[in-house]
Design a protein around this ligand. Structure first.
Ligand SMILES: *Cc1c(COP(=O)(O)O)cnc(C)c1O
Length: 492
């Protein structure tokens, strides 16, 4: 049976060669302003002897090339995008309007303070709201991505430990369910990581944690809800244990969408938290950006916040560029202002009394999918999930069908695949995050597609699943070859 979204995907897409393969005219079709005078003799040696390798295309051809390529892509405006851990929610258009207001978009980072009071007000306001939402005493807006926030958070932890004479503490505990950026950030900060094995329920195992706590521990990095989509219900005890051992607790806030307006990581005992504002507070971020990773800190880490910082002085705002204990500057400007304008608009639209609807609906949607699929797909950790649900290919593997086949078949059915093979703690993981912005109709269409795939497996009709995707111009790619021997330059 075809589902509604499947039958609506067809026709009108164009195969598209590379620009160079397209080119038919000499590059004179490019309009460059004329050179005012002869090139001075001294530069003669640098004069071009051959024409530049610029493809010759007319304007409509160039425009069509890029628009056609964009149509091969799948965005949140194209359809459902349940990429777990990435929070691909719909980004309201009003955010875009706000971020593009000339008075905000055209401000130069080096303008004098008194000429940018408006944007400083909005940034300060956001900083204050993020601190309140996350339950911490202050926030830095400097980090330019979640991973950058991890590094900055760890730099502050490093500085706090050094300040109290704990220079030797270099061990960072990272659960085996953590995002790959966590150990990478610790390594970049000059520390080393020790992986802690999750318990049978996918959560941090207290005994395993205790085994690793000693006076070399600098920090525990944890994600709550974790990447298996379940809440770390021992969070208070976990924080207490780490603190008693003299370490600090770093929070990876990528999953804040499950908590926003309902519960605050600061209240749970964490020392800091990065917030992926592009995820929770809606900036379009497919394909690696743009984003921002502000870090919220408690009083222990506050003295070490990076500069510059925005300070409120009576009715005016100023930029503080010096602070004795600060870790210094981690970005050349105040922060990713465009992303922050969107976040401010998004939070304002909900207001203090309605922010919790984000988390409630996100969690409800994930549990709806879990309930509809749990009888035909293996659920590794029982019970309710938070904002994303985790399934595996255990039942389908018996029929020779793997997570990758299921994900690729979803493309033919008009959906972006879920996150696959992450978290690493379960075999054949499929992590599905619907977000709060999807309707029940969309969730049903997706669940129907997943049920259809499972039924095909049961019926032994698996050839198509191994072939998928057959509809896009580019079929299943040899990803190993692409990673090992990438072809990055066009060769004639
Ligand atoms: C997205 C994500 C990160 C990294 O954030 P970026 O903003 O992409 O740098 C870290 N941890 C988790 C759990 C994530 O989902």
């Amino acid at each position: 049976m075809m589902n509604a979204q499947y039958s609506a995907v067809s026709g009108m897409q164009h195969e598209e060669p590379l620009l160079f393969e397209h080119a038919h005219e000499a590059p004179e079709s490019i309009n460059l302003p004329g050179v005012a005078s002869e090139i001075p003799l001294t530069l003669d040696a640098f004069k071009r002897k051959t024409p530049p390798r610029i493809p010759g295309l007319s304007e409509p051809e160039a425009v069509r090339h890029f628009v056609r390529l964009s149509q091969w892509n799948h965005g949140i405006e194209t359809g459902f995008y349940p990429l777990g851990s990435c929070t691909m929610k719909y980004n309201p258009r009003v955010n875009e309007q706000v971020a593009r207001l000339p008075g905000l978009a055209h401000v130069h980072p080096d303008q004098p303070e008194d000429s940018v009071q408006g944007i400083l007000t909005l940034l300060y306001e956001l900083q204050t709201w993020l601190a309140e939402i996350a339950g911490f005493s202050d926030v830095t807006l400097q980090p330019a991505a979640g991973a950058h926030g991890e590094l900055v958070g760890l730099m502050m932890i490093r500085a706090a430990l050094d300040a109290r004479g704990d220079q030797h503490r270099k061990k960072v505990l990272v659960p085996d369910s953590a995002h790959g950026t966590n150990p990478a950030s610790a390594a970049l900060c000059g520390m080393f990581t020790v992986e802690i094995k999750s318990g049978p329920d996918g959560r941090i195992d207290l005994d395993e944690l205790k085994r690793h706590l000693d006076d070399n521990v600098a920090a525990l990095m944890m994600t709550n809800p974790n990447t298996a989509g379940t809440f770390e219900s021992d969070i208070r005890e976990i924080c207490q244990l780490v603190h008693d051992a003299g370490g600090l607790v770093y929070g990876d806030g990528a999953n804040l969408n499950a908590l926003v307006g309902v519960a605050r990581p600061g209240d749970m005992g964490l020392d800091c938290l990065h917030i992926n504002v592009h995820k929770t507070f809606s900036t379009p971020h497919g394909g690696g950006g743009p984003g921002a990773g502000p870090v919220a800190v408690n009083d222990t880490l506050k003295p070490f916040l990076p500069v510059p910082r925005i300070i409120k002085d009576g009715d005016t705002y100023r930029i503080e560029t010096r602070d004795s204990q600060s870790i210094g500057s981690v970005l050349s400007t105040l922060g990713q202002t465009g992303v922050y304008m969107r976040a401010n608009a998004y939070i304002s639209a909900f207001g203090r009394n309605h922010l919790h609807k984000i988390a409630q609906d996100a969690v409800l949607n994930a549990n709806y999918i879990l309930c509809r699929l749990k009888d035909v797909y293996h659920v590794p950790f029982s019970g309710l999930c938070k904002h994303e649900c985790l399934l595996t290919d255990e039942y389908q593997e018996k029929h020779g069908v793997k997570t990758l086949d299921i994900a690729k078949q979803l493309i033919d059915l008009g959906f972006h695949p879920m996150t696959v093979y992450f978290p690493l703690i379960v075999h054949g993981a499929m992590l599905i995050e619907p977000t709060e912005t999807e309707s029940r109709e969309t969730l049903d269409a997706f669940c129907n597609a997943m049920l259809e795939i499972a039924a095909q497996c049961e019926a032994g009709e698996t050839d198509m699943l191994h072939e998928a995707p057959v509809k896009p111009f580019r079929r299943r790619l040899d990803e190993t070859q692409a990673a090992r021997k990438p072809v990055l330059v066009w060769q004639e």
